[in-house]
Design a protein around this ligand. Structure first.
Ligand code: C5P
Length: 228
């Protein structure tokens, strides 16, 4: 079976408070998403890298992407939510995929993913029935609060994981799960809603999701460290 990557990049990134959509913010000399796409294109097992952009994306056409090579394919079919963007992408590429082919969904906003981490995920899941995702054991102590910022309880952190991406599932199974699941924030959530149990593959803390301004600083340090 083959592997393709699908990168949802149709968000507005409002939490970071910048005028540009988050995925285009400059990071170590390039738009953030260029690092994300370069890492995925560098994975030998990945045949195509589809990037899902919003229909009226203001930025894609302003940059040169040819240096990333022939694996990269832009799709202007983003939706109102991340799940809708992924589903739109899966529908758009269905004709190019065979029954057992895998899709690795990876956030544009995780530019520090290393190609060898993706390769390891693929290796761990190749023979899996369900598929799975990179994830990290929770390090902080977690509190559940009431609506006023008062602690109700401490949530035991053992066996709690932070979901990262890539999340790797067979495209037919993933598409059906996303079509049936109402509100999910990641692909694994849709697979879980279908009654299945995705496998957690321990990832690395460097694969952070750029959400807050400080994440830009951290991501830049991580990327610069690799280029040295
Ligand atoms: O906003 P957040 O960081 O959760 O977004 C995760 C990823 O999903 C980002 O790469 C973002 O561009 C993408 N996304 C999307 N379509 C949306 C919302 C988010 O492709 N409607």
């Amino acid at each position: 079976s083959r592997h393709v990557a699908l990168v949802p990049a149709a968000g507005s990134g409002s939490r970071i408070g910048a005028p540009l959509p988050k995925q285009y913010l400059p990071l170590a000399g390039r738009p953030m998403i260029a690092h994300t796409l370069a890492a995925l294109c560098a994975v030998e097992a990945i045949e195509k890298v589809f990037v899902v952009l919003s229909v009226d994306d203001p930025e894609w056409g302003r940059h040169d992407w040819s240096w990333l090579g022939p694996k990269l394919v832009p799709l202007f079919c983003g939706g109102a939510t991340r799940a809708a963007s992924v589903l739109g992408g899966l529908r758009a590429i269905a004709g190019e995929l065979g029954q057992g082919d895998w899709v690795l969904v990876h956030d544009a906003a995780r530019p520090c993913i290393a190609p060898w981490e993706v390769q390891r995920l693929i290796g761990e899941l190749e023979d899996d029935e369900v598929g799975g995702l990179l994830a990290l054991p929770v390090a902080d102590t977690l509190k559940r609060a009431d609506g006023h910022g008062r602690v109700l309880e401490t949530v035991a952190r053992e066996r709690l994981w932070q979901a990262q991406t890539p999340q790797m599932f067979r495209h037919v199974m993933l598409r059906r799960a996303l079509e049936d699941a109402a509100e999910v924030t990641d692909e694994a959530g849709a697979i879980e809603a279908a009654g299945l149990h995705p496998k957690l593959v321990q990832g690395d803390a460097s694969n952070l999701k750029v959400t807050w301004p400080v994440d830009l600083y951290l991501a830049e340090r991580i990327l610069e460290g690799r280029l040295e």
